[in-house]
Structure formats: structure tokens, C-alpha cells
Design a protein around this ligand. Structure first.
Ligand code: GLU
Length: 481
């Protein structure tokens, strides 16, 4: 049997990290088995679905490298098929029209509550006589379509993650609605649990791999497979991603969509790597830093944990830093340029390419997120860098003015290059009768406006390239003593 899996996001929001992680597991499983990974957009909720969310989902999956082999298929374009299948169940007597009004259903639930019973539909319209049905129709009631669920059934499956799972028919809430209310001759909009099954049959899905939050849908869906005369696929319910408090990661936890992570300066490779580790343990001996293809070679559900996985920013940052530290400089430069542009730094991406690559090389080893480059390199881009308190304190130190003056004088006779920079510093120290350390600290304060930062000599050469060093030395000199 060939492996066919799918990711079926609803475009009611941006691509969520939980959905993306489910996509990762599906992709890994498909690639491991040489199978197919299918993308289906579940846009039946017309009110909440939006084309821009669909675009965000497609962009996010593409960015992560989760290439799909078929689709995207849109459920909104497949309504005829779903209605035909609802009709099939009506014809087989496995589904029926139920005419209850919302008020009647509410009264039923209130009674159940008063008796301390779990809410469920009591199947009261399952066996209406033709006369009863005609009377409801005459009243103009709009029926829903319900699928019969046998209370006595036991539904079991061997879950790829959780092993044997069993549900009782009577715990499924009574006969379930599979199509919304419509006039008595029509079939209203078919609902989630039904259309998913129709699609998974039609698309010959062999393994349904999805988040654990869907586990309660699975017994209902198994009954629908049987009713539609189809073989039941294998199911795997992956553990949820949890926040630090141990609750399901939700919008309230702030950053949760893939485009947010992208904007914050995480690389696609790091996010994909981290999401895989959220729930899957690599086999012994395998590094925790791996590409999706490397993970695909090793992937199996035996190493997917049952327990929820806590989202850990420190771990993610560490993984991201590993990618940034090992990335070729030209590639990293390509990734940083948009951040510098976004920050409003003036740069000529083509003309200044070599200089930009040197800036990248200067900070690469300290980056754990791309967006950090903006602050780290500000002093190299802006004309007026300003001085921190620590820099001002340095400028006020005895000897700083003499050191800076001597440097300016040395620069008049010695052009600054990588080869001369050390001797300019020496000359400055000698002429001012101060230690080299003081010259270095004075230079750092003057050139970068701060007392900490990337390599000073390299920074100086980069500033010099744009003639930003002399004005800064002069400005600092006016504040120094
Ligand atoms: N559309 C569902 C969701 O976004 C997925 C359904 C499924 O995977 O069966 O959660």
C-alpha cells in the first residue's frame, strides 16, 4: 500500500505552529516511505475563512520547505461531492432529517443538565413516521441531517502514537449532525467530520496524522468510513504543543504563527528542526541539528512521544544560532539585508555588497536571531550614533582627549587600512603617552558610542570605508577630557 498523507488546515488564521508541526510529521512520514503529501484547504467555514490566510498558509509551508505533491484542494469547491455522499447515506437509511428547533434542543439540554447527564442528542427524530415528518414540513421547519450512531457500538483503533484506543458509541453525543439546516428538500452545508471523511476517502489517504485535539472526532469518522463503505485509514494523534504553564499553546501566548517567527528572525531550517524535536526524539547518536531530509530518513512514529511537548524559547534560540553560525556569509547577508532595510538604514545592497558581507562576518558568531543584527550594527550604518552613559564616562577619563587627538593626527599622515591600523593605534598611544588599552577604550567609545560590541579594529575599518570614523572621533573629542 502506498503512503498518502495530508495536511488539512482551515484558513481561519495564519499558519499556526501546531498545524505546521503536524505538517512536518506528515511530510517526514511521507518522505520516509516515498509516499505522497497532500495539501487540502478546509475552507467550509465561509464566515471565518479568508483568502489572505490561505496565502499565509501556502507561503508558510513553502518557506519551511514542506513541499506538497498534490493540491491545494479547496473544500469549498467540492460541495457537490459532499452533498452526493450525504444523499447516499440518506438513501441507505443511515442518515435522516431531524426537525428539532433550536428551542427544543435547548430545552432537551436543560433537562439533561438538571438530571446531571452529559449533553447529547436523544435521537428523538430518528424514526419519524411519514405523517410526523409531513407535519413538521408543513410548519416550515428547516431540518438538519443526522447520521445514526449506535450507542452499543465499541469503536477501536490502533493509533500510531497512542496504541490501542477505544470509544463507546454512547459517548459520542447521539446521532450527529452532518449537514446544516436547509429547506426540507435540500441538503444544507455539510459539516467538518463528514467532509473530512469524504475527502480522505476520495484522496485515498492511507494515514491520518493530526493533532491530539482531534482524537474525539476519530471514532465518529470511523463510523462514517464504514457507512460509506470505505476502508478505514490508520490514525496517528500527535501530542500538543504546550506553553510553559503546561496548557495548549494558543494565541494568548503571543507569537504562534509561522510568519511571526519568520519576522522575528528565525530561519526556516531552525524552525523546521525545532518543530520536529517538539514531539519526536532522534535515534541515539543522531545530532539534534538536522535538516528535514535527514530527519525523514530516520523518522518513525515509535519515537514520537505521547506526552505534550513544552515550547522552549531557549532551545529554539540555541538551534537558530547553530544555523546562523554555520551559514555561509553570503547567504546570511542575503537574509540580513531586509532587516537592515526595514530598520531604515541607508544601504546600497548591490554596490556595498562586499562591505555588507564584512559587516555580516563581524557579527555572525554572536547572532541567535536575524533581527538582533539591527541593534548590533546600528553604529555602522547611521551617521549620528549617540553615546551611551558608559561611553560618555569613558570619554571623560583622563587621557582620552589626548589619545583621540593623537589618533586624528596619525591619520593625517597614515592612510587607514587593514595593514596600517595597528601601527596607527601604536603611534597614537606613543604620541599621547598613554597605554594602548586606553587608546582602545577611547576609540571604542568614540567610534561605536558604546563600551561593548563587535571587534573594534574591524568596526573601525568598516566605518572608515564610509568615512564615518573621522567625524565621530571629532565629535567624541569635543566631549572628552
Ligand atoms: N481542518 C482541521 C484543522 O485545521 C484538520 C482536520 C484533520 O486533520 O482531520 O484542525
Amino acid at each position: 500500500m502506498s503512503v498518502r498523507v495530508r495536511i488539512a488546515p482551515s484558513p481561519t488564521g495564519n499558519l499556526h505552529i501546531g498545524t505546521a508541526r503536524t505538517a512536518v510529521f506528515n511530510w517526514l512520514f511521507a518522505r520516509h516511505h516515498g509516499g505522497s503529501f497532500i495539501l487540502r484547504i478546509e475552507d467550509t467555514d465561509v464566515e471565518r475563512s479568508r483568502p489572505e490566510y490561505t496565502q499565509n498558509i501556502l507561503d508558510g509551508l513553502t518557506w519551511l520547505g514542506l513541499t506538497w505533491d498534490e493540491g491545494p484542494f479547496f473544500q469549498s469547491k467540492r460541495m457537490d461531492l459532499y452533498r452526493q455522499k450525504v444523499q447516499e447515506l440518506l438513501d441507505k437509511g443511515l442518515a435522516y432529517r431531524a426537525y428539532d428547533t433550536p428551542e427544543e434542543l435547548e430545552a432537551m439540554r436543560d433537562q439533561q443538565k438538571a438530571r446531571n447527564q452529559a449533553p447529547r442528542y436523544d435521537n428523538r427524530h430518528r424514526d419519524l413516521t411519514p405523517e410526523q415528518e409531513a407535519a413538521f414540513r408543513a410548519e416550515g421547519r428547516q431540518p438538519v441531517i443526522r447520521f445514526k450512531i449506535d450507542d452499543e457500538r465499541e469503536i477501536s483503533w490502533t493509533d500510531l502514537v497512542r496504541g490501542q484506543v477505544t470509544w463507546k458509541g454512547r459517548d459520542l453525543g447521539g446521532d450527529m449532525v452532518i449537514a446544516r439546516a436547509a429547506t426540507a428538500d435540500e441538503i444544507g452545508q455539510p459539516l467538518y467530520n463528514f467532509v473530512v471523511v469524504v475527502d480522505d476517502i476520495d484522496m485515498q489517504i492511507s494515514h491520518v496524522i493530526r493533532g491530539e485535539d482531534h482524537i474525539g472526532n476519530t471514532p465518529k469518522q470511523i463510523l462514517l468510513y464504514e457507512a460509506l463503505g470505505a476502508s478505514v485509514p490508520q490514525f496517528g494523534h500527535t501530542p500538543l504543543i504546550l506553553n510553559q504553564a503546561g496548557a495548549k499553546l494558543s494565541k494568548r501566548d503571543g507569537v504562534t504563527s509561522i510568519s511571526d517567527f519568520q519576522r522575528m528572525g528565525y530561519t526556516a531550517e531552525a524552525i523546521a528542526n525545532y518543530m520536529t524535536l517538539l514531539g519526536w526524539s532522534p535515534p541515539e547518536g543522531m545530532s539534534e541539528i538536522f535538516s528535514l531530509s535527514e530527519a525523514a530518513q530516520q523518522f518513525s512514529f515509535e519515537r514520537v512521544n505521547k506526552a505534550g511537548a513544552k515550547f522552549d524559547w531557549d532551545k529554539l534560540n540555541w538551534i537558530n544560532s547553530q544555523y546562523l553560525h554555520h551559514m555561509p556569509i553570503d547567504q546570511l547577508t542575503d537574509l540580513l539585508i531586509p532587516y537592515w532595510q526595514e530598520a531604515g538604514y541607508e544601504l546600497d545592497a548591490a554596490g556595498d555588497r562586499q562591505w555588507l558581507e564584512q559587516v555580516t562576518a563581524l557579527i555572525a558568531a554572536s547572532l541567535s536571531r536575524l533581527d538582533e543584527a539591527v541593534e548590533m550594527t546600528r553604529y555602522l550604518f547611521v551617521a549620528d550614533v549617540g553615546f551611551t552613559e558608559a561611553a560618555i564616562a569613558q570619554l571623560q577619563q583622563e587621557g582620552t582627549a589626548a589619545a583621540l587627538q593623537s589618533i586624528l593626527t596619525a591619520l593625517e599622515t597614515t592612510p587607514l587600512t587593514a595593514d596600517t591600523v595597528q601601527s596607527v593605534i601604536q603611534q597614537g598611544a606613543q604620541a599621547a603617552h598613554v597605554k594602548k588599552g586606553l587608546v582602545m577604550r577611547s576609540l571604542r567609545a568614540a567610534l561605536t558610542g558604546d563600551m561593548q560590541g563587535p571587534d573594534l579594529v574591524q568596526s573601525w575599518l568598516l566605518l572608515h570605508h564610509h568615512q564615518l570614523d573621522r567625524p565621530r572621533l571629532q565629535q567624541a573629542l569635543s566631549l572628552a577630557r
